[in-house]
Structures are given as C-alpha cells and as structure tokens.
Design a protein around this ligand. Structure first.
Ligand code: IPM
Ligand code: MN
Length: 357
C-alpha cells in the first residue's frame, strides 16, 4: 500500500523521537512492501520562528491532503511568554480543531518488564493495569469562550467556559462504548456532575447512550474520586470516557502508573478526516537535543496509525511486539531505567525496535 503521511516534528524532543518512529515505519514498509511518503510540516514554536504563526495554513492544507498525520510535540520556554494565540500549543489545538479530531484515544497498559518503573505497590499492580482513556478533544474549556478583562471593581479577571452540546457528548460516548465491545465490555464515564452543569448534561447523555449498549457494563464516577481510584485500584477500569480537561489530567496520571509519561501513544480521530497520532508527553525542553528521550510513545503512536488509519493490523502488532521485546531484553531509556537494566539512547532504542521487526 502507498500512503502519504504528514509529519510534524515540532519542538524540543519532537524531532528526535519522530526520527525513531520514521525509522520503524521504514522498516515496516520494507518488510511488508508498503511505501510511506513523508511530508514534513511546521507547527508549534518552530513554526512561530519560521513563519510567524504556530499553525501555518500550509500545515493545515498538508494535513488535510494526507492519509494520516504523525506529530512529535510542541512548546518550550522560549515561546512561553507569547499571548494565547501566539503560543506553540495554539498550533496543536488549532490542528485538532481544523481536522475535527473529537476523539482522543490514550491506552495505558502496564507492561510486565516495566513493573519496576511503576510507582504503585506490587499488590496493586499484580491485579493488572490495562485501560484506555477516551478523551473528548475539541470541546470543553479548551475550546469554549475565553477572555481576560478588567471587572467593574478594577480587578483583572479571566474566564474560560466549559461548554458541551449534547451531540458532542453523544459521539464521544459512542466511541467509548464501541471500543469497550472490542475489549472487556466496561465503560466508566467521568464527570463532575455534583458541581458542573456541563457535567450534568454529560451524565444525562452518557446514560442515554449506555441504554443502547446493554451488553456493556456502565457506570459513572466523579473526577476527584477517579483520580484517587486510578492509584488505589486501576484494574477496575477498562474504557474511561471523559471531557477534554479531565481527560488531559487523568491521562498523565494513568501514564505515570504505567511507568513513564514516555510510554503512552495516542490517536486522535474525527469523522472523514485523517487521524493524528502523537505521544501524550510534551516536548521535554530540558533534555531536548541530547539523544536521551524515550521514543517509545512516538513509535507506538506510529503503530496506532497503522492500526486505525491504514487497517494494517499485522504491521501494528509487529511494532508493538518489537517494543515489548526490547524492554524484555532489558533496554531502557533513562526515564524508565532501573537497576540491572541497560541504559540506551533515544536513537539506540529506535535501532533496537527496528531490528526486532
Ligand atoms: C496533551 C497536551 C496538550 C493538551 C497541550 C500541549 C496543549 O498536554 O496533548 O495532553 O493539553 O491537550
Ligand atoms: Mn496533557
């Protein structure tokens, strides 16, 4: 198969980790007789520097005309002082919006060889940890009306509104229920319905959708409780569905209990637009350019791309198995390093994964 992949390396460790993901994709292309064409596009801080905008129109057009998008990470201290629309993150939110990527799939699974890197006690991890967060990605406080103004008493004041329409909740819930049917048939919808109107609507619609999936075990949970349950007994979760901001926060927590933020890939999907695949971690400016970053999340994001956008299941399995193998053999980047293991660089990790394919 021939596929056009838009590649956005971004800032910080973005370029290093994406380089490894491309290395792995090239190996897959060679082994299975595919041809992957990459178009490099600018977004984030580097795009601000080179074009004056975090999301140039050329990047939006390039993504729209591709079969799929692979993204590294954006952001860094250099651009932190810019106002909202001139920050690298505005590029990320902009591309999510432009491609209408409403469903963000973030799998968190504790791999056996990484159980030492998990900060939870053994008796908790022994019960297993294999969940997926389905995060709504283009609504809520991220996309609601926002403004900063001086109020009537002269106080500088800022507002972000968390807004959801019933159709937005319904479509993301369907993604979660469909996914649960392919897994362990369980959905937990997470909200703050004891306080927020938007959560009360969320809960009402989630219940309505759940009625169409009588075979799927459904419950809801308040977000503060969920944050606690994730570290008390993560084995209780299969598919979690939640709004944008809660999903952002809970997915970092879920990643940490799998060992490292550097392990978790994600897929952002819409309807009829190319999917976008990116690690859930940020640009880690503190270690950028040092060949130290963990490329796993980027490599596993490429595997998700093969699975979800190209329906190349065998190829995706091949990458995931290779990543497991490298860990089983004791190779670790510094973020997941533990006693007795072999420390490797970002590029060496990529080489080893590619070698197992
Ligand atoms: C993520 C990131 C982004 C988000 C930032 C960089 C805007 O934290 O993908 O989780 O908050 O969505
Ligand atoms: Mn985040």
């Amino acid at each position: 198969m021939k596929k056009n992949i838009a590649v956005i390396k971004g800032d910080g460790i973005g370029p290093e980790i994406i380089e490894e993901a491309l290395k792995v994709l090239d190996k897959i292309a060679e082994k299975y007789g595919h041809s992957f064409d990459y178009t490099q596009l600018l977004m984030g801080g580097i795009a601000i520097d080179e074009t004056g905008s975090p999301l140039p129109q050329e990047t939006i057009d390039g993504c729209l005309s591709s079969d799929s998008v692979l993204l590294g990470a954006v952001g860094g201290p250099k651009w932190d002082k810019g106002k909202g629309s001139m920050r690298p993150e505005a590029g990320l939110l902009g591309i999510r919006g432009a491609l209408k990527l409403f469903a963000n799939i973030r799998p968190a699974k504790l791999l056996k060889p990484l159980s030492d890197a998990c900060p939870l006690k053994r008796d908790i991890t022994d019960k297993g940890l294999d969940l997926v967060i389905v995060r709504e990605l283009i609504g809520g406080a991220y996309f609601g009306e926002k403004r900063t103004f001086i109020d009537e008493y002269g106080h500088k004041t800022a507002v972000d509104s968390m807004k959801y329409g019933d159709y937005e909740i319904e479509r993301i819930c369907r993604v979660a229920f469909d996914m649960a049917r392919k897994r362990r048939n369980k959905v937990t919808s997470i909200d703050k319905a004891n306080v927020l109107d938007s959560s009360r609507l969320w809960r009402e619609i989630a219940h309505k959708v759940s009625a169409e999936y009588p075979d799927v075990d459904f419950s809801d949970m308040l977000v503060d409780n969920a944050a606690m349950q994730l570290v008390r007994d993560p084995s209780q979760f299969d598919v979690i569905v939640t709004e944008n901001l809660f999903g952002d926060i809970l997915s970092d927590e879920a990643s940490m209990i799998t060992g490292s933020l550097g392990m978790i890939p994600s897929a952002s999907l819409g309807e009829g637009s190319p999917g976008l695949y990116e690690p859930i971690h940020g640009s880690a400016p503190d270690i950028a350019g040092q060949n130290k970053a963990n490329p796993m999340a980027a490599v596993l994001s490429a595997a998700m791309m093969l699975r979800y956008s190209f329906d190349m299941r065998e190829e995706a399995d091949d990458i995931e198995n290779a990543a497991d193998k490298v860990l089983e053999e004791g190779f670790r980047t510094s973020d997941i390093m533990s006693e007795g293991m072999t420390l490797v660089s970002c590029s060496e990790m990529g080489d080893r994964i590619a070698a197992f394919i």
